[in-house]
Design a protein. Structure first.
Length: 242
């Protein structure tokens, strides 16, 4: 948290005083929502953990309820939204709903931010859980579909670049290996390639130069020394919606 918002708000520790959400002028009297007191928050987090380990409903429904409950308890001074969204991913991964922790609802909740707040509020005020669960499950479906589209785009890009290597007569095992490596490490230096493939610096420099000439890599620092190269087309696919 060093150097970013929240670095002075006891990151990683439960809050020690009352917090609140919204309100003009930072005044608790105008707050949209006031979470539990410190003592009630500690009790609530204990209950939250017990429920997480002893849940009885379908995992996806429990995930919706856990996210709602975490945001309602609001146990930290800052970062509750980020942690609450991350908990969705980790819970689904823990329950083997997803094979890797890759499903992240941030974009869906951002695109529907006011509705998201309103639906959380409807549970707090009226106990209307059904509408919240429906909204949450819709988000999982849309995010999963978006993830599938991203995977298809990545596979298409991978095939296109392999064909480009053949077209440019860069079909050596090292060239194919570097292309595969870029799909896990899209920001590299010549030294990274030298170390990863156990080749000389000159060989690594030649290969990186060929990838740059083919338009696969772009120099990203503007420096003449210690240059770093970016696989921009791949990163652009990953950045969609972020």
């Amino acid at each position: 948290m060093t150097g970013v918002r929240g670095q002075h708000t006891s990151p990683g520790e439960f809050r020690t005083s009352q917090n609140w959400i919204g309100g003009s002028g930072g005044d608790i009297n105008n707050a949209m929502y006031i979470p539990p007191s410190v003592e009630d928050m500690k009790t609530s987090m204990s209950d939250f953990e017990k429920y997480m380990h002893g849940n009885k409903l379908a995992d996806l429904i429990d995930c919706a309820l856990l996210h709602y409950q975490f945001e309602t308890i609001h146990p930290f001074f800052d970062g509750n939204g980020k942690i609450g969204r991350l908990l969705i991913t980790l819970f689904l991964y823990w329950k083997n709903i997803i094979a890797k922790p890759l499903l992240y609802l941030s974009l869906y909740l951002k695109q529907n931010q006011q509705e998201y707040y309103d639906r959380l509020s409807m549970v707090r005020k009226n106990g209307d859980y059904e509408q919240w669960v429906n909204f949450f499950l819709k988000g999982l479906i849309q995010t999963a579909q978006s993830g599938m589209e991203t995977i298809k785009n990545i596979l298409t890009l991978q095939n296109e670049k392999k064909e480009l290597l053949w077209k440019n007569k860069l079909s050596s095992p090292y060239a194919i290996g570097i292309l595969d490596y870029l799909f896990t490490n899209p920001y590299v230096s010549i030294k990274d390639i030298e170390k990863q493939f156990c080749i000389s610096f000159q060989s690594a420099s030649t290969l990186v130069g060929q990838f740059k000439k083919a338009g696969i890599l772009n120099e990203n620092t503007g420096r003449k020394r210690d240059q770093k190269f970016l696989f921009k087309e791949y990163v652009d696919i990953l950045k969609v919606g972020t």
